[in-house]
Design a protein around this ligand. Structure first.
Ligand code: ZN
Length: 212
Protein backbone atom coordinates (compact mmCIF):
# COMPACT_ATOMS: atom_id res chain seq x y z
CA UNK A 1 0.00 0.00 0.00
CA UNK A 2 1.46 3.33 -1.00
CA UNK A 3 1.75 5.74 1.87
CA UNK A 4 0.25 9.20 2.07
CA UNK A 5 2.28 12.22 3.09
CA UNK A 6 0.72 15.53 4.03
CA UNK A 7 2.13 18.96 4.73
CA UNK A 8 -0.02 21.76 6.11
CA UNK A 9 0.65 25.29 4.90
CA UNK A 10 -1.34 28.00 6.73
CA UNK A 11 -2.31 30.65 4.15
CA UNK A 12 -4.14 33.97 3.96
CA UNK A 13 -4.92 36.35 6.85
CA UNK A 14 -7.44 33.69 7.95
CA UNK A 15 -4.61 31.17 8.59
CA UNK A 16 -6.39 28.62 6.48
CA UNK A 17 -4.76 25.18 6.38
CA UNK A 18 -3.84 24.53 2.77
CA UNK A 19 -2.74 20.89 2.55
CA UNK A 20 -0.12 19.51 0.19
CA UNK A 21 -0.83 15.79 0.05
CA UNK A 22 1.11 13.22 -1.91
CA UNK A 23 1.60 9.58 -2.69
CA UNK A 24 5.01 8.60 -1.32
CA UNK A 25 5.61 6.01 -4.01
CA UNK A 26 4.87 8.13 -7.08
CA UNK A 27 5.49 11.62 -5.62
CA UNK A 28 2.23 12.68 -7.27
CA UNK A 29 0.47 15.35 -5.24
CA UNK A 30 -2.75 17.25 -4.71
CA UNK A 31 -3.08 20.75 -3.28
CA UNK A 32 -6.17 21.03 -1.13
CA UNK A 33 -7.72 24.48 -0.57
CA UNK A 34 -5.13 26.91 -1.99
CA UNK A 35 -6.74 30.01 -0.49
CA UNK A 36 -3.83 32.31 -1.35
CA UNK A 37 -0.12 32.89 -0.67
CA UNK A 38 0.76 30.87 -3.76
CA UNK A 39 4.48 31.60 -3.42
CA UNK A 40 4.51 29.71 -0.11
CA UNK A 41 2.53 26.84 -1.57
CA UNK A 42 4.86 26.59 -4.56
CA UNK A 43 7.90 26.70 -2.26
CA UNK A 44 6.47 23.77 -0.29
CA UNK A 45 5.84 21.85 -3.52
CA UNK A 46 9.45 22.40 -4.61
CA UNK A 47 10.86 21.44 -1.21
CA UNK A 48 8.80 18.25 -1.12
CA UNK A 49 9.98 17.43 -4.64
CA UNK A 50 6.52 16.38 -5.76
CA UNK A 51 4.50 16.83 -8.94
CA UNK A 52 1.09 18.33 -8.39
CA UNK A 53 -1.60 16.79 -10.57
CA UNK A 54 -4.81 17.94 -8.86
CA UNK A 55 -6.34 20.80 -6.91
CA UNK A 56 -9.08 19.67 -4.54
CA UNK A 57 -11.51 22.05 -2.85
CA UNK A 58 -13.43 21.26 0.34
CA UNK A 59 -15.84 24.18 -0.09
CA UNK A 60 -16.29 27.58 -1.72
CA UNK A 61 -15.23 30.12 0.92
CA UNK A 62 -12.65 32.70 -0.12
CA UNK A 63 -9.96 31.64 2.35
CA UNK A 64 -10.07 28.13 0.85
CA UNK A 65 -10.38 28.93 -2.85
CA UNK A 66 -9.04 32.47 -3.42
CA UNK A 67 -5.83 31.24 -5.09
CA UNK A 68 -7.26 28.17 -6.83
CA UNK A 69 -7.77 29.70 -10.28
CA UNK A 70 -4.26 31.17 -10.33
CA UNK A 71 -2.66 27.96 -9.08
CA UNK A 72 -4.55 26.01 -11.73
CA UNK A 73 -3.25 28.38 -14.42
CA UNK A 74 0.33 28.06 -13.15
CA UNK A 75 0.36 24.28 -12.71
CA UNK A 76 -2.08 23.38 -15.50
CA UNK A 77 -3.99 20.88 -13.38
CA UNK A 78 -7.73 20.35 -12.90
CA UNK A 79 -9.78 21.60 -9.97
CA UNK A 80 -11.95 18.90 -8.35
CA UNK A 81 -14.68 19.81 -5.87
CA UNK A 82 -16.48 20.97 -3.98
CA UNK A 83 -20.07 19.74 -4.30
CA UNK A 84 -22.17 21.77 -6.75
CA UNK A 85 -24.26 23.52 -4.09
CA UNK A 86 -21.29 25.83 -3.43
CA UNK A 87 -21.51 27.26 -6.97
CA UNK A 88 -22.97 30.51 -5.60
CA UNK A 89 -19.83 30.98 -3.48
CA UNK A 90 -17.35 30.13 -6.24
CA UNK A 91 -19.03 32.63 -8.57
CA UNK A 92 -18.61 35.45 -6.02
CA UNK A 93 -15.06 35.05 -4.71
CA UNK A 94 -13.97 38.43 -6.08
CA UNK A 95 -16.98 40.13 -4.53
CA UNK A 96 -16.33 38.39 -1.23
CA UNK A 97 -12.73 39.64 -1.44
CA UNK A 98 -13.98 43.20 -1.63
CA UNK A 99 -15.98 42.66 1.56
CA UNK A 100 -12.91 41.40 3.42
CA UNK A 101 -10.46 43.81 1.77
CA UNK A 102 -8.61 40.98 0.02
CA UNK A 103 -7.23 41.57 -3.46
CA UNK A 104 -5.86 39.21 -6.06
CA UNK A 105 -8.45 36.48 -5.65
CA UNK A 106 -10.39 35.00 -8.55
CA UNK A 107 -13.73 33.28 -9.05
CA UNK A 108 -13.43 29.53 -9.52
CA UNK A 109 -14.87 27.14 -12.09
CA UNK A 110 -14.23 23.54 -11.03
CA UNK A 111 -13.35 21.02 -13.73
CA UNK A 112 -15.22 18.37 -11.81
CA UNK A 113 -17.99 18.68 -9.21
CA UNK A 114 -17.88 16.08 -6.48
CA UNK A 115 -20.68 14.29 -4.70
CA UNK A 116 -21.26 11.74 -1.96
CA UNK A 117 -19.61 8.43 -2.82
CA UNK A 118 -17.27 9.80 -5.51
CA UNK A 119 -13.59 9.05 -5.32
CA UNK A 120 -10.66 11.30 -6.08
CA UNK A 121 -7.24 9.92 -6.90
CA UNK A 122 -3.69 11.10 -6.71
CA UNK A 123 -0.84 8.74 -7.62
CA UNK A 124 -1.81 5.36 -6.13
CA UNK A 125 -4.01 6.94 -3.44
CA UNK A 126 -7.78 7.08 -3.48
CA UNK A 127 -9.91 9.28 -1.27
CA UNK A 128 -13.60 8.87 -0.75
CA UNK A 129 -15.76 11.99 -1.02
CA UNK A 130 -18.30 12.63 1.73
CA UNK A 131 -20.80 15.44 1.21
CA UNK A 132 -21.02 17.30 4.53
CA UNK A 133 -23.39 20.28 4.16
CA UNK A 134 -24.03 22.68 7.03
CA UNK A 135 -21.04 25.03 7.15
CA UNK A 136 -21.66 25.61 3.46
CA UNK A 137 -24.15 23.64 1.35
CA UNK A 138 -21.48 22.12 -0.89
CA UNK A 139 -18.83 21.22 1.71
CA UNK A 140 -17.08 17.90 1.19
CA UNK A 141 -14.59 15.85 3.21
CA UNK A 142 -11.85 13.72 1.65
CA UNK A 143 -11.51 10.42 3.52
CA UNK A 144 -8.97 7.61 3.26
CA UNK A 145 -9.72 5.14 6.04
CA UNK A 146 -6.84 2.79 5.18
CA UNK A 147 -4.41 5.66 5.60
CA UNK A 148 -6.32 6.92 8.64
CA UNK A 149 -6.70 10.41 7.22
CA UNK A 150 -9.65 12.76 6.69
CA UNK A 151 -9.42 16.29 5.32
CA UNK A 152 -12.60 17.99 6.41
CA UNK A 153 -12.39 21.71 5.59
CA UNK A 154 -14.47 23.77 8.00
CA UNK A 155 -16.89 21.00 8.97
CA UNK A 156 -15.10 19.89 12.15
CA UNK A 157 -12.30 21.45 14.21
CA UNK A 158 -10.30 20.40 17.26
CA UNK A 159 -12.80 21.13 20.03
CA UNK A 160 -15.23 22.96 17.77
CA UNK A 161 -17.35 22.80 14.63
CA UNK A 162 -17.79 25.05 11.59
CA UNK A 163 -19.68 28.31 11.83
CA UNK A 164 -23.16 28.27 10.34
CA UNK A 165 -24.01 31.98 10.25
CA UNK A 166 -22.75 32.49 6.68
CA UNK A 167 -25.03 32.23 3.61
CA UNK A 168 -26.23 28.66 3.14
CA UNK A 169 -25.15 27.62 6.64
CA UNK A 170 -27.38 25.35 8.73
CA UNK A 171 -26.45 24.26 12.26
CA UNK A 172 -28.71 21.19 12.46
CA UNK A 173 -27.51 20.04 9.04
CA UNK A 174 -23.87 20.46 10.08
CA UNK A 175 -24.37 18.35 13.21
CA UNK A 176 -26.09 15.68 11.09
CA UNK A 177 -23.20 15.72 8.59
CA UNK A 178 -20.64 15.24 11.37
CA UNK A 179 -22.69 12.49 13.01
CA UNK A 180 -23.49 10.58 9.82
CA UNK A 181 -20.41 11.14 7.64
CA UNK A 182 -17.45 11.59 10.00
CA UNK A 183 -18.22 9.98 13.35
CA UNK A 184 -18.58 6.47 11.84
CA UNK A 185 -14.83 6.62 11.04
CA UNK A 186 -12.28 4.85 13.27
CA UNK A 187 -11.06 6.66 16.37
CA UNK A 188 -7.50 6.78 15.03
CA UNK A 189 -8.39 8.61 11.80
CA UNK A 190 -6.45 11.89 11.78
CA UNK A 191 -8.57 14.95 11.02
CA UNK A 192 -7.03 17.86 9.14
CA UNK A 193 -9.29 20.88 9.60
CA UNK A 194 -9.46 24.10 7.65
CA UNK A 195 -8.07 26.07 10.59
CA UNK A 196 -6.13 25.23 13.74
CA UNK A 197 -4.44 22.02 14.86
CA UNK A 198 -4.89 18.53 13.50
CA UNK A 199 -7.04 16.27 15.67
CA UNK A 200 -8.53 12.77 15.47
CA UNK A 201 -12.01 11.29 15.23
CA UNK A 202 -11.54 9.60 18.62
CA UNK A 203 -10.50 12.78 20.39
CA UNK A 204 -13.45 14.72 18.99
CA UNK A 205 -15.85 11.88 19.74
CA UNK A 206 -14.71 11.91 23.36
CA UNK A 207 -14.31 15.59 24.06
CA UNK A 208 -15.80 17.93 21.43
CA UNK A 209 -18.39 19.95 23.39
CA UNK A 210 -20.60 20.37 20.30
CA UNK A 211 -20.88 16.61 19.84
CA UNK A 212 -21.49 15.44 23.40
ZN1 ZN B 1 -15.45 28.06 5.35
Amino acid sequence: MSKVKALIIPVTPFQQNCTLLWCEESKRAAVIDPGGDLAEIERAIAQAGVTVEKIWLTHGHIDHVGGAADLKARLKVPIEGPQRDDLFLLEHVVESGRTFGIEGVKNVTPDRWLDEGDTVEVGALRFEVRHCPGHSPGSVAFVNEDQRLAIVGDVLFAGSIGRTDLPGGDHAQLLASIRDKLMPLHDDVAVVSGHGPTTSIGRERASNPFLL
